[in-house]
Design a binder for this molecule. Structure first.
Ligand code: GLN
Length: 539
């Protein structure tokens, strides 16, 4: 008997609906059930690949190469399982499928209508995910906020599922309770309104998770219970926490998992979260302080700095730091600052390690190359991810191999030494403006050269990592760069594409064409990040 739990958000975005969904999943999994999760994004974009990360946050990549919302990353990290493109639904995907089917006469001449055909296609996709993932429980997070026009058809899908099989469907509203400074009291009205808007869509929440700075007190619970028509015991506090990984434990303390089972008329089950508890404890142990700089560009939004674009990198650093028993401070550096002010780069002396994450386009690139140069010459541990790897090849070519005008054709299509060049199969796609979902995406194999740092830290020679790029190391420069000392320590066994570069006589200088951050989980820190932090700690 498959069960479906819909999670929708009230009042505003950014209140941790994705983490709440992932945490509920974690709890049910710890009770011995098969669990999967689906994210529904109301965007017309078919996937997240065409969205600017500053607007939408990180583009997470699954093993089968789907470009998804960052919440898919949260689900993978909490559930400890790999998800695929079926776990990510968007308005664009649903409409595209319905229109294609209509063009193929698959609706047998009937009128194809927004309702019920769009919700029906959504339901089909949800059920397919539940089936393929062999899930007892499927969590479905409806993106956006209640009251928005955009997600109404998905609420309609949820309502239809409940009507069809009431005993199998549960609704959880994650809502925000503000405590305005001038009032000094936690207010329930916005949540009451969110719950009413949900009622307008034909949905009665079964439970409400009250996100707030503090736990909800009795008067607040009474009000919400009364005005939102939800029994008081099903109003759960979800106060702010230091670490997102605390949340499943906090929910468990309120017996959320057993309440859900009870709602489904299922027997209570014990939770097994020993490993998780150990990890959460280790995350609070502190230890030596290590400072890491992340030099990037996707964090400006008006007057605010947002780090959502790099969420998997941040999490991967944290996971590895607990394993290394250190505490990490991450600083965000705008790459462009090093282009404007030559002297500023010396501030990198204050860091124990530097990461250059993935990116696109030429803005900030020269500042990142300067950063790499400084790390290489001053022996500061350096980890380059995707674009970070490509720029380390450019830096090395220019300043060690004597190819002064080396560059990537992404930034200068006519450069003298295109040490990074567009992959052959990408050229036609780009000429035809065929951008969506066409990069080299998802899992690809990499063979590591015996005796290299990469080989030592992975403790094997065959690895599988996730990718998202159009440009690659240009093999024409292989011999020149090798002669100058660049070690090509990992290659794709089928195409020979260079996947990893490293340097000797440097404590840690590694660039990878892939995104190891997507495979790191709190219970499975990634070897590259572990070794990077180990060296940073020694530094
Ligand atoms: N812009 C580079 C490419 O397309 C790097 C991409 C990335 O960092 N994800 O190859």
């Amino acid at each position: 008997m498959k069960k479906y739990i819909f999670v929708a958000g009230g009042v505003m975005s950014g209140i941790g609906k994705g983490i709440a969904t992932a945490s509920i999943g974690k709890i049910l999994k710890s009770k011995g059930f098969g669990v999967t999760a689906v994210k529904i994004d109301p965007y017309v974009n078919v996937d997240a690949g065409t969205m600017n990360p500053v607007e939408h946050g990180e583009v997470f990549v699954t093993k089968d190469g789907s470009e998804c919302d960052q919440d898919i990353g949260n689900y993978e990290r909490f559930l400890g399982r790999e998800l695929t493109k079926k776990n990510y639904i968007t308005t664009g995907k649903v409409y595209k499928a319905v229109i294609e089917r209509e063009r193929n006469l698959d609706y047998d001449g009937k009128c194809v209508e927004v309702v019920p055909d769009i919700p029906n296609e959504t339901i089909k996709r949800i059920k397919r995910a539940a089936k393929e993932d062999e899930a007892d429980f499927t969590l479905i997070e409806i993106g956006g906020t209640i009251g928005e026009y955009q997600n109404l058809l998905f609420l309609e899908a949820a309502r239809m599922m409940k009507l069809d099989e009431p005993e199998k469907v549960l609704f959880i509203l994650v809502s925000y309770l503000p405590t305005p400074k001038t009032i000094g009291e936690m207010k329930t009205k916005p949540t009451q309104n969110a719950s009413r808007r949900l009622n307008e869509a034909g949905i009665q929440p079964d439970m409400i998770l009250g996100r707030a700075e503090q736990p909800l007190d009795e008067p607040r619970k009474n009000k919400i219970s009364n005005f939102c028509n939800v029994e008081k015991k099903y109003i759960i506090s979800a106060p702010d926490v230091d670490s997102i990984y605390d949340i499943p434990l906090n929910f468990e303390r309120e017996e959320l998992g057993n309440m859900i089972l009870d709602k489904f008329n299922m027997k209570k089950q014990d939770t097994e979260m020993k490993e998780w508890k150990k990890m959460v404890k280790a995350s609070k142990n502190g230890g030596d302080k290590v400072s890491i700089a992340i030099v990037g560009k996707y964090f400006e939004t008006g007057q605010f700095t947002l780090t959502d674009s790099y969420i998997s990198v941040i999490e991967a650093v944290k996971h590895a730091s607990w394993d290394q028993e250190i505490s990490v401070d991450i600083d965000w550096i705008f790459a462009e600052e090093y282009e404007k002010d030559e002297e500023k780069i010396k501030e990198l002396d204050n860091y124990d390690g530097v990461i250059i994450p993935g990116g696109f386009g030429s803005r900030g690139v020269e500042g990142k190359i300067k950063t790499i140069n400084y790390c290489r010459e001053n022996k500061i541990p350096f980890l380059g991810l995707c674009l970070g790897m490509q720029l380390s090849v450019i830096e090395f070519s220019r300043n060690v191999a004597g190819l002064k005008k080396a560059n990537s054709t992404e930034f200068d299509s006519n450069c003298q030494y295109p040490v990074i060049d567009m992959m052959e199969e990408q050229k036609e796609l780009i000429e035809n403006s065929n951008f969506g979902g066409t990069m080299r995406l998802g899992d690809y194999k990499c063979k590591l050269k015996k005796g290299t740092k990469a080989n030592t830290l992975y403790e094997k020679t065959d690895i599988l990592e996730r990718h998202r790029h159009r440009y690659e190391f240009n093999d024409k420069f292989k011999d020149t760069l090798k002669k100058s000392g660049l070690i090509l320590s990992g290659k794709n066994p089928e195409t020979g594409l260079v996947e990893i570069v490293e340097l000797e006589e440097h404590p840690f200088f590694v660039g990878v064409q892939f995104h190891p951050e997507f495979k790191s989980a709190p219970l499975k820190p990634h070897p590259l990040f572990k070794e990077f932090l180990k060296t940073a700690k020694e530094h």
